[in-house]
Ligand binder design. Structure first.
Ligand SMILES: Nc1ncnc2c1ncn2[C@@H]1O[C@H](COP(=O)(O)OP(=O)(O)OP(=O)(O)O)[C@@H](O)[C@H]1O
Ligand SMILES: O=P(O)(O)OC[C@H]1O[C@H](OP(=O)(O)OP(=O)(O)O)[C@H](O)[C@@H]1O
Ligand SMILES: O=C(O)c1cccnc1
Ligand SMILES: [Mg+2]
Length: 555
């Protein structure tokens, strides 16, 4: 962040985001009440200093896909770093808990920090899979437990959003993607988070100005239909003149544009009476105000008979004065068809007036676009250069939540297991490490969970990888490369790694997806990626499972 920006953020007391880009609503009371009542009961029973290990993981990939992008880590680390109840927090907790609770508990709470917590985490932006611990939290039971809800709220939406954005990025290939969702997002905080994690997932920019300022994300925008409909006739433009880019006398820009329009109606065989004067007045006035930034919304009246003619007339007038228009936005109708029509218009004008860049003017499409729309447009063929995407992206309409959970796996060195009728929901006990094993081609083959006491797998050494629950599913793997996924990120009250820029995390998402086989990434019936356990962990898990599931009697 630039020093000028820092200064502004510090100055602005109303801004609830700190200069570190941390949302100040992320604080210890942003949790569920039951964490605090459990904390008291742990304290009363003398268990609060027991040494706990919790895993944060999800059980199913979102969007009918077979991969997820892990995000939200930076916010988790900043939360841990500043975790402390304020005086007013303690006062409030006193009000909501029963009156018999001892003052000593509140004294204890007021000194509580995360300094004894060790947080191991996968690096932000890495592609991850079900059952892999994304965070491993170790430390005193009371504080590890108190972190649960906040860590979950920080990781769940962030990862869902980054995954959604990454899927749009894969569908759009090299085309530009802009996030336009603030107006439809789940409230102001949802809107800001959406802009941040859309960028991490591979978007090129956002229309959200505050997100641009806080997170240093490129901001982009065109104009709304209201700007076009605010003009009815030419004489509503009071300032009709524009200075040429190279200097000189102001020129009557509106007249120039009207002149070009006369020629264009005959080139494109359109009736002048069908071309809106209000629309041309709007385009011309916008171009006069922002001649280097002219991107016109062309679908207010009729794209072919009015919008494109008025745009080309305005863009030719700009060209005459030494400026280059940027392009158009289409916000309704058949976007494949209209984008190709627009491209043909531009190419015709480029030829007619010998202005080569005209053929390549940008065509942006918006209007309720989702991943399927982009895939369908790709199949049909289109001439779109960029998409502006709001509602479906930021609300994650296809799947509105990721189901990360936070489960205790060890207490005082003893494993803990959560059983369930549903095998998928049985937790994998004990303190574990995770390794990603790569094949010769450079693609990721399998993730391997091991007990932390086991030796790490090594390049070129055969290792047995087992399905955690199905005995017959197992395979030997000789990895060409081994990557340790869980890294110590927070220790002794401090963040142990440099906080990364969003651009660096965005790059990791791209690199991380590159090492996945295409069949795992495809949208229709993708192949699941394998997540396995070591032989040692397999036996450990199943012995513990049997020990915790007493034999019943049938009668
Ligand atoms: N070629 C296309 N292939 C697939 N989907 C498309 C294509 N063109 C547009 N769409 C999508 O079809 C939907 C069209 O929206 P809708 O039926 O509301 O019409 P509209 O174009 O918005 O009309 P209106 O003029 O009333 O605003 C949008 O979700 C848009 O993203
Ligand atoms: O469609 P989304 O993916 O949410 O993208 C953002 C939309 O927001 C804007 O208009 P808005 O929807 O507010 O009004 P409009 O549909 O009448 O243009 C813009 O014109 C897009 O259509
Ligand atoms: O700049 C735009 O074109 C824009 C911004 C937000 C929503 N829809 C469009
Ligand atoms: Mg709309």
């Amino acid at each position: 962040m630039s020093s000028q920006l820092n200064h502004f953020v510090v100055q602005n007391h109303l801004n609830c985001w700190s200069k570190m880009g941390q949302n100040s609503i992320v604080q210890p009371l942003l949790t569920d009440l039951y964490q605090i009542t459990m904390a008291y009961a742990y304290w009363r029973s003398g268990k609060h200093e027991d040494r706990a290990v919790f895993d944060l993981f999800f059980r199913k990939n979102p969007f009918n896909g077979e991969f997820t992008i892990f995000a939200g880590l930076e916010e988790c680390l900043k939360f841990l770093e500043k975790f402390r109840y304020s005086e007013s927090d303690i006062e409030y907790i006193k009000q909501i808990l029963p009156s018999h609770i001892e003052q000593e508990f509140y004294d204890y709470l007021s000194t509580l920090t995360a300094k004894d917590i060790k947080l191991y985490a996968v690096q932000e932006g890495t592609v991850v899979f079900p059952r892999v611990p994304l965070l491993r939290v170790e430390g005193p039971l009371i504080i590890a437990q108190l972190l649960e809800t906040t860590l979950l709220t920080l990781v769940n939406y962030a990862s869902l959003m980054a995954t959604n954005a990454a899927r749009y990025r894969m569908a759009a290939g090299k085309l530009k993607l802009y996030e336009f969702g603030l107006r439809r997002a789940q409230g102001p905080d949802g809107g800001l988070s959406a802009s941040k994690y859309a960028y991490i997932g591979g978007f090129d920019g956002t229309s959200n100005v505050l997100a641009g300022k806080i997170f240093n994300i490129p901001v982009k925008g065109t104009h709304a239909h209201s700007y076009i409909t605010s003009f009815n006739k030419f004489d509503e433009i009071t300032h009709k003149e524009l200075l040429p880019a190279g200097g000189g006398q102001p020129i009557n820009f509106l007249e120039l544009a009207i002149g070009f329009r006369m020629k264009l109606v005959s080139i494109f065989n359109v009736l002048l009476s069908e071309v809106s004067d209000g629309e041309l007045a709007a385009f011309a006035s916008f171009a006069i105000a922002l001649p280097t930034n002219f991107m016109a919304l062309v679908d207010t009246y009729d794209v072919k008979k009015s919008g494109l003619i008025n745009f080309c007339a305005t863009a030719l007038a700009l060209n005459e004065l030494g400026y280059k228009a940027l392009g158009i936005r289409l916000d309704s109708g058949d976007l494949a068809y209209l984008s190709c029509i627009a491209r043909k218009y531009f190419q015709r004008v480029a030829q007619e007036y010998n202005i080569p860049y005209f053929g390549e003017l940008l065509i942006m499409a918006s209007n309720d676009i989702n991943e399927e729309t982009i895939l369908s447009l790709n199949e049909q063929g289109h001439c779109i250069d960029s998409f502006g995407i709001g509602t479906h992206l930021v609300t994650c309409q296809k799947q509105p939540a990721l189901g990360c959970v936070f489960k205790m796996v060890e207490l005082n060195g003893e494993p803990r297991i959560k059983l369930s009728q549903d095998v998928q929901k049985v937790t994998i006990p004990g303190k574990k490490d995770v390794y990603r094993l790569y094949g010769e081609s450079g693609a990721a083959l399998i993730d391997l969970l091991q007990r932390s006491t086991e030796d790490a797998p090594a390049d070129g050494r055969k290792v047995l990888c087992r399905h955690p629950f199905q005995e017959s599913k197992r395979a030997f793997v000789i990895p060409s490369k081994v990557e340790k996924l869980l890294i110590l990120q927070f220790d002794n009250g401090r963040i142990s790694h440099c906080v990364e820029t969003l651009q660096e995390v965005q790059q990791r998402v791209e690199n991380s997806l590159r090492i996945l086989r295409p069949d795992i990434k495809r949208t229709l019936n993708p192949t699941p990626y394998k997540v396995s356990v070591s032989d040692d962990l397999y036996h450990y898990l199943h012995t513990l499972w049997l020990a915790n599931a007493p034999i019943g009697e049938l009668s």
